[in-house]
Design a protein around this ligand. Sequence first.
Ligand SMILES: NC(=O)c1ccc[n+]([C@@H]2O[C@H](COP(=O)([O-])OP(=O)(O)OC[C@H]3O[C@@H](n4cnc5c(N)ncnc54)[C@H](OP(=O)(O)O)[C@@H]3O)[C@@H](O)[C@H]2O)c1
Length: 343
Amino acid sequence: MLAKKASYVVAVVGATGAVGQEMIFTLEQRNFPVSQLRCFASERSAGRMLEFKGGKVKVEPLTMDSFRGIDIALFSAGGDRSTQWAPVAAKSGCVVIDNSNAWRMDPEVPLVVPEVNPQDIKGHKGIIANPNCSTIQMVVVLKPIHDKARIKRVVVSTYQSVSGTGMKAMEELGNQTAEILNMKEPTISVYPRQIAFNLLPHIDVFLDNGYTREEMKMVNETRKIMGDDTIRLTVTTVRTPVFRCHSECLNIETERKLTPNEARALRGHGRPGQTRLPHAHRRGGQGRDLRRARARGREHRERAEHVDRRGQPPQGRGPQRGPDRREARGVRGVGRLPRRVMA
Ligand SMILES: NC(=O)c1ccc[n+]([C@@H]2O[C@H](COP(=O)([O-])OP(=O)(O)OC[C@H]3O[C@@H](n4cnc5c(N)ncnc54)[C@H](OP(=O)(O)O)[C@@H]3O)[C@@H](O)[C@H]2O)c1
C-alpha cells in the first residue's frame, strides 16, 4: 500500500514512447506532486534527455535495482516488459500502474478506470492495470447507463487513431502522407497495408472465434471493470489514418426503458472525464503531430545510416515496397495536388 506523502518519486517506464511522453506531459500539466522523475526506456534510448518541468531527465535502461526508492511506476513499454519488470518493481515496494495488456485479466490484479470502479484499487498487491484505450472511453459512458437501466447488449464500432500503435506508427502515417502527396510509393513497415488515406478494418490478430484480439479485449475488460459477466458485447475495431483521438459508435440495449434524452443526461456535463475535449480538437494538433512524426522519422533514418557505416545491419526502416501497390495507385488523384499543399 502506498503511504500518503507530500510528494512522490515517480518512474515512467517506456518514457520515450507515445504513451510515456503523454504520461510525462500529464504529470506536469496536472502538477502531480513529483519529488523526482525517473525515466526508463530500452538500451537504445539510454542517455537521451527528456524535458520535465523546465529541467532535463536522463533516460536509463532497466536493471534489477532500478525501482529502489521509487513510490509509483507508470509502465508503458509493452506487455513483455510489464510481464518481466512489473513484479520486480512491486517487490521493491513501489506501486505499478500498468498500461499494457500483460496483467489486465489476472484475477489478482485490479483493472481500474477511476471514473468507473475506483473502489477496486483497494486490496491491490502492487500492480494495478488500466484497460485498452477503447475500453476506457466506452465504460465511462456505459457505467451510469448500466446503473440506471441495466445494460443487456452493446454493439460497438471503433475508429482508432495510429497513436494506439505507438510512436513508429505515427511516424509511418506522417511519412506515408508526405510520400503520397509527393507522388512516391508509400513505405510500409508497421502496418500490413498502407495506412495513409486508407482504413484497416482489423486491429491485432484474428482469433478462432472470428473476432480480433483487440475486439475481445473490449469484451472481456468491459465485463471485468463493470463487474458483470452477463453484459453481451459485439465489437468491430478499425484503424483510421488519424494521428490521435479514437472515436466509437455505440448501440446500447437496456433492460429497463431509457429514453435518448435520459441517456444523454446521464452522460452529461459535470461527470469526470466527460467534459474535456480530446487532443485532436486542439487547434493545429494534427499539423504538430505530422511535423513531430517527420522529425522523428529523420532522426531514426540518420541513426540507421550511422550504424550502416559501421558495417552492421540498419536498425531503422529502410525503403520498402508495399505488399499491395494497388492501394498506392488508388490514391493517384492525391498525387496531382499542387506541391504547395506540403508547405
Ligand atoms: N491502455 C491504453 O490506453 C494504451 C494505449 C496505447 C498503448 N498502450 C500500451 O502502452 C504500451 C506502449 O505503447 P506506446 O504507444 O507508447 O509504444 P511506443 O511508442 O512504441 O513506445 C514503447 C516504449 O517502450 C520502450 N521499450 C521498448 N523496449 C524496451 C525494453 N526492452 N526496455 C525498456 N523499455 C523498452 C521504448 O523505448 P525506446 O524508445 O528506447 O525503444 C518506448 O519508450 C504498449 O504496451 C501499448 O499496448 C496502452
